[in-house]
Design a protein around this ligand. Structure first.
Ligand SMILES: Cc1cc2nc3c(=O)[nH]c(=O)nc-3n(C[C@H](O)[C@H](O)[C@H](O)COP(=O)(O)OP(=O)(O)OC[C@H]3O[C@@H](n4cnc5c(N)ncnc54)[C@H](O)[C@@H]3O)c2cc1C
Length: 497
C-alpha cells in the first residue's frame, strides 16, 4: 500500500486538507492531540448549557459548499446553514444602539437613524470595498499563493493600487462615515483577523464588505456541527483520524521529510507531512511542549519576530434568566476604541475598558440552554501571551471588570444570575491548541506586508513538508483556513507531478 500523507492537527485547516487529499485518491492519516477534532472550533457542554468555544460567525459559506463538492457531496446533506438577522446588535456606553441588519431597507433605516449623511457614505464604502474584493480574491485567497516570489506576479502588481494598502483601515473608514458610532462598527472588522484598525491596512475593509454583501451565517445546532460534518466527510473518504494522539516531532533526515514521531514513541512513515499546528509553535514550541520541527533556528527566530494576532479572554456563562435585549451576536463597545487597541497591541496589557462580544446561541438554538436560561459566550480581545501578563493572577479581577461593565450597560444583576461559569485566558488557548501566544488568528495583519511574511505552504528547508491553517497562507478565520486546505492539496498534487 502507498505511503500515507500525514497531517498533524485536526483543526479546520487539517480537516479540509485531509478531505481534499483523500478526494485526490491519497491515503491520509490525521493526528490530533485533543480528544475531539475541530481545533479552535470546539465545544463545551456543562449542566445543560452548550457553548461553541471558538468561531461563532461564518462568512463566505460557498467555500464550504466548494469543499463538499470537491468530494462529490452536497453541503446541504450535511449542514443546515442559516443567516442571522440582524447580524449583530451594537451597544454603546451612552445608551445608543444599532442593529446591523442583513436586509438592506432596515439597515439603511438604522444608518439613517445614526447619521443620515452616512447612508450615501455606506453605498460609497461598499462600492470601494467591492473593488478591493475583486482585486484580492484571485491573487491572495483563491490560489496556492506561496510567499514572496508570488509578489512578482503580474496580476498582483497590476492590482496593487486597487487594494488600498497604504492607509489604515481607520483612515479609510473615516473617509466614508461621519458618525463616530458607525466608524467604530466598521473599524471593528480588523478584529476578524485579530488586528488593530489603527494599524492594519485598509485592504481589510474587504472583511466588512463580505459580511454586509454576502451575510453572516450560523450552523443550525451550533458551530461545532461544522467540525462534525467535516469529520464525517473525511471518514467517508477513508481518512483515518487518530484523536488524543499528540505528535512529538516531524522526522526530517538530510532535507527529506520521512514521517512523524508520536508522543507515545511510535514512528509513522509518510509520503508527505502537512502540519496544521501553528507554525510559530511548530518551530519554537510553547510552554510545556517543544517544537515539532527541530533544528531550524533561523526559521524559528524569523517567526518569533512576527507579531501574533490578539488572543482572547473568554467567559462561558450559563445564566438563569433571559435578557430580552440580547440578540444572537452582541457587541458592547468601549468608550475609546483607539486606547483599547493601544493597550492590546502597544502596551500589551488587558484593555481597562474593553469592547465585549457576547454570542448567545440559545437565542437561535433554544436547546443550548435550559428553558428560560441563556448561554453567554463572552469574548474580550486580549494581548497574546508574552510573559507580561500573569493570567493566573489577573483572571479573576478581569472577569469582575467585564461583568461589571455588562451590568452597567444593561445586563442588570448579571453576577447574581450565573449558574455555570468557566474562564479561558490566553494562556489556556495557547496550551489547549498549541497556538503560540494563544493567538486566535495566527499572525496579526498590522502591516501591509504581512501577507508576504507568512510562513509558506511549502517548507523551504525540507522536501515534502507543508503547512496548512490560519498561521500560513492566506490567513486566519474559517473561510481562509478552509481555502488554505485547498491550496496545500493543490500544491501537493503539483509537486507529486
Ligand atoms: C475564541 C475564538 C473566536 C473565533 N471567532 C471566529 C469567528 O467568529 N469566525 C471565524 O471565521 N473565525 C473565528 N475564529 C478563528 C478560527 O477559529 C480559526 O482561524 C480556525 O479555526 C483555525 O483553524 P486552524 O486549522 O488553522 O488551526 P487550529 O484550529 O488551531 O487547529 C490546529 C490543531 O492542531 C492540533 N495540534 C497542535 N499541536 C499538535 C501536535 N503536536 N500533535 C497533534 N495535534 C496538534 C491542535 O490541537 C488543533 O486541533 C475564532 C477563534 C477563536 C479561538
Amino acid at each position: 500500500m502507498s505511503s500515507p500523507t500525514l497531517i498533524v492537527g485536526a483543526g479546520l485547516g487539517g480537516l479540509a486538507a485531509a478531505i481534499r487529499l483523500a478526494a485526490q485518491g491519497r491515503r491520509v492519516i490525521v493526528f490530533e492531540k485533543n480528544e475531539r477534532v475541530g481545533g479552535k472550533l470546539n465545544l463545551l457542554e456543562r449542566d445543560g448549557y452548550t457553548f461553541d468555544t471558538g468561531p461563532s460567525l461564518l462568512t463566505m459559506p460557498w467555500i464550504i459548499r466548494d469543499l463538499f463538492a470537491a468530494a462529490g457531496r452536497r453541503m446541504e446533506d450535511y449542514l443546515d446553514l442559516m443567516q442571522i438577522d440582524p447580524t449583530c446588535r451594537y451597544f454603546w456606553p451612552d445608551g445608543t444602539n444599532f442593529d446591523a441588519w442583513q436586509r438592506l431597507p432596515q439597515l439603511v433605516q438604522e444608518i439613517e437613524r445614526l447619521e443620515p449623511r452616512d447612508v450615501t457614505g455606506f453605498y460609497r464604502f461598499m462600492a470601494y470595498a467591492a473593488t478591493i474584493y475583486g482585486a484580492v480574491a484571485d491573487t491572495f485567497m483563491l490560489r496556492p499563493f506561496d510567499g514572496l516570489r508570488d509578489m512578482l506576479d503580474l496580476q498582483l502588481m497590476q492590482n496593487g493600487p486597487r487594494i488600498d494598502a497604504l492607509r489604515t483601515m481607520d483612515a479609510a473608514v473615516r473617509s466614508y462615515f461621519r458618525s463616530p458610532y458607525l466608524r467604530q462598527v466598521f473599524n471593528r472588522y480588523a478584529t476578524y483577523n485579530g488586528s488593530s484598525p489603527y494599524q492594519s491596512p485598509a485592504t481589510f475593509n474587504v472583511i466588512s464588505y463580505i459580511e454586509f454583501a454576502e451575510g453572516g451565517w450560523y450552523v443550525r445546532g451550533g458551530m461545532y456541527e461544522l467540525g462534525r460534518a467535516l469529520l464525517q466527510l473525511a471518514q467517508e473518504l477513508g481518512v483515518e483520524v487518530r484523536t488524543s494522539t499528540p505528535v512529538q516531532e516531524v522526522c526530517i533526515e538530510a532535507g527529506q521529510t520521512r514521517g512523524v514521531c508520536l508522543a507515545n514513541g511510535q514512528h509513522v512513515d509518510g509520503a508527505q507531512v502537512v502540519v496544521n499546528a501553528d507554525p510559530r509553535y511548530s518551530y519554537n514550541g510553547v510552554v510545556g511542549s517543544g517544537p515539532l520541527v527541530q533544528g531550524q533556528p533561523a526559521t524559528a527566530t524569523r517567526l518569533q519576530r512576527l507579531e501574533p494576532s490578539c488572543s482572547g479572554f473568554i467567559l462561558f456563562l450559563g445564566i438563569k434568566r433571559v435578557y430580552e435585549q440580547l440578540r444572537h451576536h452582541n457587541i458592547f463597545f468601549s468608550q475609546d476604541y483607539q486606547r483599547e487597541f493601544a493597550a492590546i497591541f502597544q502596551k500589551r496589557v488587558p484593555a481597562p475598558d474593553p469592547t465585549i462580544y457576547i454570542n448567545a446561541s440559545s437565542v437561535t438554538d433554544a436547546h443550548h440552554a435550559p428553558p428560560g436560561h441563556m448561554n453567554l459566550f463572552v469574548l474580550v480581545n486580549a494581548p497574546a501571551v508574552d510573559g507580561r501578563v500573569q493570567w493566573e493572577r489577573e483572571a479573576a479581577g478581569y472577569r469582575d471588570l467585564v461583568i461589571r461593565k455588562l451590568e452597567r450597560m444593561g445586563l442588570a444583576g448579571l453576577s447574581q444570575q450565573i449558574a455555570v461559569e468557566e474562564i479561558w485566558t490566553p494562556a489556556e488557548l495557547e496550551s489547549r491548541y498549541n497556538a503560540a501566544g494563544g493567538a486566535i488568528y495566527g499572525l496579526a495583519s498590522n502591516n501591509p506586508f504581512v501577507a508576504f511574511m507568512r510562513p509558506p505552504l511549502r517548507a523551504r528547508h525540507a522536501r515534502r513538508l507543508y503547512f496548512v491553517g490560519g498561521g500560513t497562507h492566506p490567513g486566519g478565520g474559517i473561510p481562509l483556513v478552509l481555502l488554505s486546505g485547498k491550496a496545500v492539496a493543490e500544491r501537493i498534487a503539483l509537486d507529486s507531478g
